[in-house]
Design a protein around this ligand. Structure first.
Ligand code: CA
Length: 236
């Protein structure tokens, strides 16, 4: 049974979130502010948090940061619910703290899709199932990467970066987020180190003409695009 904790202060939105989640047969719990949510999570962590940004008292973002700092709740899936009025640059940095976000007003269908995608991603990671993009195969158990049966030689950091990105195709990640994922939160490393690592990973991918799949998104960060082909590969 999957439990969703809704943290939201507007009754109408709570209702919409609750009804939508219940049609998916999730068990729903509710909290009207961050403090109540914190206590409920301490007691029994839910499987996923639908977290409003603007709450009375402590904000949803502050709660997310607090949860990420605790070993027990570090990996708790969080989808942030934001309003259009929130500043674009702040929203862009959100992915450092939450798994995904959805902007009000949203349709029940969009909400369901986001929740399912986050839960599915976690299941895939937990099961350590091999990840695939065309002929490229990454095996999280043996830490091996193959292309068309031929091994791809990667260092541990390159492997971790590729693993993270392949598990989350088509999503843009900031350097800060990637830094945190590959090196861990405590690492005191500059963000441009991420660029160096990306270059190394691209060089390894280039041996099989796969480097175009690791895209640079100007002003934002990086994205794994499994559909993208190197120009040379596409024309041959
Ligand atoms: Ca609110």
């Amino acid at each position: 049974m999957t439990t969703i904790l809704i943290v939201e202060d507007e009754p109408a939105i709570v209702e919409l979130l609750r009804v939508t989640m219940e049609t998916e047969r999730y068990t729903v719990r509710e909290a009207g502010n961050a403090e109540t949510a914190w206590r409920m999570i301490e007691e029994t962590p839910p499987d996923l948090l639908l977290l409003d940004w603007m709450l009375p008292g402590q904000s949803g973002l502050a709660l997310a940061k607090r949860l990420r700092q605790q070993t027990r709740t570090k990996a708790l899936p969080i989808i942030m619910v934001t309003a259009r009025t929130e500043e674009a640059d702040k929203v862009a940095g959100l992915e450092t703290w939450v798994d995904d976000y959805i902007t009000k007003p949203f349709s029940p269908r969009e909400l369901k899709a986001r929740v399912k995608a986050v839960l599915r991603r976690l299941t895939a990671e937990a099961s350590e199932a091999p990840l695939q993009a065309g002929l490229l195969m990454l095996d999280p158990v043996s830490h091996r990467v193959h292309y068309d049966g031929k091994p791809l030689m990667l260092g541990p950091l390159e492997f971790r970066l590729l693993h993270f990105l392949m598990a989350r195709p088509d999503r843009v990640f900031t350097r800060a987020k990637l830094l945190d994922t590959v090196w861990g939160d405590d690492a005191d490393i500059e963000e441009r180190t991420v660029d160096v690592l990306v270059r190394r990973l691209r060089r390894a991918l280039a041996t099989h003409h796969l480097d175009a799949k690791l895209e640079t998104v100007r002003g934002s960060g990086y994205r794994w695009n499994p559909e993208r082909q190197n120009d040379a590969t596409a024309s041959s």
